[in-house]
Design a protein. Structure first.
Length: 444
């Protein structure tokens, strides 16, 4: 299999081992990416020039790095699911599909101080899916012999609070509870994303596509609501880069926990924060000598160097030079490429959430929309009167529709809370109905 994003280099097919065929031994030993030696030595490319044109020598552009981190990590664990867990998860998956709120609320698995929701559906290669705000765990069935037992994504928020080593150390015992997993074999890395957040006085829309010197075939500009939002290079390939306005993206993702980290790094809470992010997929990681998670931390610097020097470089347009590989490296890129990955966990959140709870905006702003609309319809201006009348009419409405199944409003609300607590990973539901169903699903 070749590295799809390269033009100058093709990896020998026998040197790439994919997760679909984990038993096939590689014919060539993968080359490790040293954090001190240039990664371009592993995959050759044109070396960048350090000479900037005169327009940057007098007034060099400002680039302030706020933080850098492993942003996403996807791993797989070889092994076989225990039959008793398959029976249990099958029952909980069926419960998650139930129309009965009391039954649906039981689709939970508590493990190691985590409370996972069990999804009503599986996904590709995975019969079961368990998720909270830290881990998304896809589990293959007992009969699945040709694929790993578990595929896991470690949440980006969790990785802002703990190191990769700690996250893996907390995850692995849970995977070992689910099935027979080799205890001394580290999990495979399926994908890793490395990111650097920074502010700059340079407009990232100011350079042309030609200024990207890259092995990738695709270079795309992105906009959101008519506003330039960033660049994507090599989309869909085994290596991909994104340079985008993270503050603009936060308006949609609501990952406001990043703001505290940016402020700790010197952000003034006004400037746009940009993110340079590289995504490495399994094929590239194997070729670069990082097939398992135990090799990741010692090779972060090498992966970054390969990405910013050999695979992609931002250059300054020199009109009189027709050979673009000779264009000098942009000062902004030189600063980003020089990030020292020796201590990527220097700035971490002190707290993180295991639960997937909605934001305050969604709860308190959107949540009040129904009440304020009701009060306006009824001509009520007093809040206490509005709440009382609203609840009275809700109960009458539910009675008329039979929506509460003959139960009073309190019971109806309690069941809805239990269902949402399962989705949000906040409450272990122990109602009589839930306990009875859990006992039956466990075969007791």
């Amino acid at each position: 299999m070749s590295l799809e994003t390269t033009r100058e280099y093709t990896a020998p097919e026998s040197s790439v081992q994919t997760e679909d065929d984990p038993g096939r031994p590689p014919q060539a030993e993968p080359r490790s990416v040293s954090p001190t030696a240039p990664a371009a030595a592993a995959l050759p490319g044109a070396p960048p020039s350090n000479t900037a044109p005169a327009k940057y020598e007098d007034q060099p552009p400002t680039c302030h790095v706020l933080r850098y981190q492993v942003d996403s990590l996807y791993m797989s664990y070889p092994g076989t699911l225990f039959p008793e867990w398959e029976t249990r998860l099958e029952g909980l998956k069926e419960a998650a599909r139930s129309e009965n709120d009391s039954v649906r609320a039981t689709a939970q698995v508590p493990m190691e101080q985590h409370l996972f929701e069990v999804s009503p559906k599986g996904r590709k290669r995975c019969r079961f899916v368990l998720a909270d705000n830290c881990f998304d765990i896809g589990v293959a069935g007992v009969s699945a012999r040709s694929v790993p037992m578990a595929y896991v994504q470690i949440g980006s928020e969790y990785l802002t609070a703990v190191s990769v080593d700690l996250a893996v150390a907390q995850l692995t015992p849970m995977i070992q509870r689910l099935g027979a997993v080799p205890r001394y074999r580290p999990p495979n890395v399926s994908r890793v994303d490395l990111c650097v957040d920074f502010t700059t006085d340079i407009d990232p829309e100011s350079w042309s596509r030609d200024c990207w010197i890259t092995r990738a075939d695709d270079i795309d500009q992105k906009a959101r609501r008519g506003r330039f939002s960033g660049w994507i290079i090599g989309e869909g390939g085994v290596v991909m880069a994104r340079l985008y306005d993270k503050t603009l993206e936060l308006l949609k993702s609501k990952k406001d926990y990043l703001k505290a980290l940016w402020a700790a790094g010197g952000w003034d809470r006004e400037a746009s924060v940009w993110r340079l992010e590289f995504q490495f997929r399994r094929e590239a990681l194997v070729e670069l000598g990082v097939p398992t998670v135990d090799r990741l931390n010692t090779n972060l610097a090498g992966l970054w160097r390969y990405a910013t020097e050999s695979w992609l470089r931002l250059a300054v347009d020199v009109p009189w030079e027709s050979n673009r590989s000779r264009w000098p490296t942009h000062p902004l890129w030189a600063r980003l490429a020089a990030v020292d990955w020796g201590n990527p966990t220097a700035s971490l959140l002190t707290r993180y959430r295991k639960s997937r709870v909605p934001s305050d905006d969604r709860l308190f702003v959107n949540g009040l929309g129904g009440l304020t609309s009701f009060m306006a319809r009824e001509g009520i201006t007093d809040l206490a009167e509005g709440i009382g009348e609203f609840l009275a009419q809700v109960e009458a409405y539910l009675d008329a529709r039979g929506a509460n199944g003959g139960r009073d409003l309190r019971s109806y609300v309690a069941q809805k809370v239990a269902v949402k607590a399962t989705k949000y990973n906040t409450l272990r539901n122990e109602s009589p109905e839930a306990a009875g169903y859990r006992k039956a699903s466990d075969g007791e």
